[in-house]
Design a protein around this ligand. Structure first.
Ligand code: ARG
Length: 577
């Protein structure tokens, strides 16, 4: 059990013993005060006792006394009780736990793990990767990792926009303007160029050809499908390395094109439940959701073709059949909120899935590259990387790294390769942390300058704090051991940092409950800030070995916690920068 929880349990046990409330009631009401140095836990008595039996806070504090082995002092402010822990004991248990659990510190286990399907990133082939896709990619990766940290089984799916009439158009365009060499070299950009070109000269003839081509695809014409599959495969292949720069791997590339085998069942289910009405004017099939205030969405056009909504229903059926998931999470922008309400409402009527969640997010203003506004993911990452390289030149880090090199996995990179790698990882950290730092439903302004400064609340600052502690470890050579004299850690900076470290497992759980990455990121800022303060105050170099060991364990624990948190948001912590 995590240390904070253990101390809370001690409070609950004792309070239940000396009053009329139960342990569970106390545990549910115990909180963490904002400034945690004076008291680490508090409880508003009216949340535990009925109005007419509210005990006097001061009496209760006296009764609690000061002989508990974990809780040192209890005081009253108004109707609140405040608890202060025995500091050395608290620090000891916290650091020992991190030492034992290392990279799994903060992870939880479940008696009955759930299967969670996460639909994220999901760009459209031959179209720009816009800000919405960037956010879905970054937030989705967090959703996946935090579910894993909570002990659940996850399946991450990239649901590509890869079907519909526009892909008939793309294929016609490719027959006219496609260039095999360019396709192999850079399929994403090449297909986009082809699409833009054919779209710009779309006349009646081209449109007819495109419709005819798509019809062949829908009817399963082997030649049309083979060509289509090849373009799709090549696109997926070239997404891979770009996603990797963000530490992302999907369990599966799916897409709207996989819906077809499930469509008939969707129509059957809708008919069985008498949910289809045929629009007398257009002949389209609709589902009446007026009672739910969601209008009458079309699920089948008069010509028999499907819609985005129909394909999403079919794919949900596919996922249910293949994964039998407990929770289905859709990481999509606020602007598709109404659409998802319709999807979830119909899915519920059809009993396809039990738990469906929309993890929504706001818009990004001003996302572009230095050159223009049409952006692909690798262009964004390249620009962030260039900016980082420029910063590194200015701060002198560039030359330093050219000399020292860096370790990457088991490899040792030297010279410009080392610089490029670090700049790339820092650039990605900057993009990710900027995206996750505020509540996800809010909009934010994209700024390469701001996100890449080492000062202020950025990914670079978090990486910098991590790397600096790694550097101290390297330079001082003080061994990491949990067999320390913890009473030597008696400064307020040491205690404050330990309290923050001890909160990490609860933060993971809270961030998971809300599916809100900023809860974790804001915590990491606080942790990094507190670690820097401790680092400035608690010297290690040339100190008495016992003292140096205790302080080193403290900084190492902060670094380990920071690294674990960074990995949850998809940032690989750097040991040198
Ligand atoms: N491709 C879609 C878009 O670019 C996003 C797909 C989201 N996922 C889904 N199951 N509808 O807007």
């Amino acid at each position: 059990m995590n240390v904070a929880a253990q101390f809370r349990k001690a409070i609950a046990r004792r309070l239940a013993h000396i009053s009329s409330c139960s342990e569970a009631e106390v545990l549910a009401a115990l909180g963490t005060p904002k400034t945690s140095l004076m008291h680490q836990f508090n409880i508003p008595l009216p949340r535990v006792f009925p109005k007419d039996r509210l005990p006097d806070a001061r009496d209760l504090a006296d009764k609690f006394g000061s002989c508990d082995p974990l809780i040192a002092d209890v005081s009253a402010t108004g109707k609140f009780l405040n608890f202060g822990v025995r500091r050395t004991e608290y620090i000891k248990q916290t650091l020992q736990q991190v030492y034992q659990e290392k990279s799994s510190y903060g992870c939880h286990t479940q008696n009955v793990p759930q299967t969670v399907v996460i639909d994220y990133s999901s760009p459209n082939i031959a179209k720009p990767f816009h800000a919405g896709h960037l956010r879905s990619t970054i937030i989705g990766n967090f959703v996946k990792r935090i579910n894993e940290a909570m002990g659940h089984r996850t399946i991450g799916i990239n649901y590509l926009g890869d079907w519909g009439k526009q892909y008939g158009l793309l294929s016609v365009g490719f027959e006219k303007y496609g260039n095999e060499e360019e396709l192999q070299k850079d399929p994403i950009h090449h297909l986009f160029q082809v699409y833009v070109r054919i779209n710009s000269e779309k006349d009646e003839l081209v449109e007819q050809q495109a419709n005819a081509y798509f019809k062949r695809m829908e009817e399963g014409d082997p030649q049309a499908l083979a060509q289509w599959r090849r373009l799709r495969e090549l696109s997926i292949q070239s997404y891979g390395p770009t996603y990797q720069r963000l530490g992302i791997e999907f369990d599966r590339y799916s897409g709207e094109s996989e819906a077809e085998p499930y469509l008939d069942r969707v129509y059957d289910m809708l008919q069985q439940r008498d949910l289809i009405t045929v629009d007398t004017e257009t002949g389209a099939w609709c589902v009446d959701l007026e009672e739910e205030n969601l209008g009458r969405p079309i699920v089948r056009r008069a010509d028999g073709t499907t819609l985005y909504l129909t394909r999403d229903l079919a794919i949900m059926l596919q996922r249910m059949e293949q994964y039998n998931f407990d929770t289905g999470i859709y990481v999509i922008g606020n602007d598709q909120g109404h659409y998802l309400q319709r999807l979830f409402c119909i899915a519920q009527k059809l009993d396809i899935a039990s738990q469906l969640k929309h993890v929504s997010f706001g818009k990004v203003n001003g996302m572009s590259t230095r050159k223009g506004t049409v952006v692909f993911l690798d262009d964004i990452l390249n620009t962030a990387q260039e900016q980082m390289e420029k910063n590194m030149r200015e701060s002198g880090k560039y030359d330093e790294l050219m000399e020292t090199g860096v370790e990457k996995g088991n490899e040792r990179l030297l010279g410009s390769e080392a610089v490029d790698t670090v700049a790339d990882q820092l650039g990605a950290s900057a993009v990710i942390v900027q995206d996750l730092a505020s509540r996800r439903v809010l909009n934010y302004d994209f700024s390469y300058d701001r996100m890449t400064t080492a000062r202020g609340y950025t990914g670079v600052f978090l990486q910098y704090t991590h790397a600096r502690i790694c550097g101290i470890e390297r330079r001082t050579g003080v061994p990491i051991t949990s067999d320390c004299d913890f009473s030597l850690l008696n400064e307020k900076e040491a205690f404050e940092l330990s309290v923050l470290i001890s909160q990490y497992p609860d933060i993971v759980e809270l961030s998971w409950r809300q599916l809100e990455p900023c809860t974790l990121v804001q915590y990491l800022f606080k942790l990094a800030h507190s670690a820097s303060q401790a680092n400035a105050k608690l010297r290690i170099k040339d100190m008495d070995p016992k003292l140096a060991e205790a302080r080193m364990l403290l900084l190492w624990s902060a670094k380990t916690t920071l690294a674990n948190g960074l990995r949850l948001i998809g940032v690989e912590p750097l040991e040198r920068m």
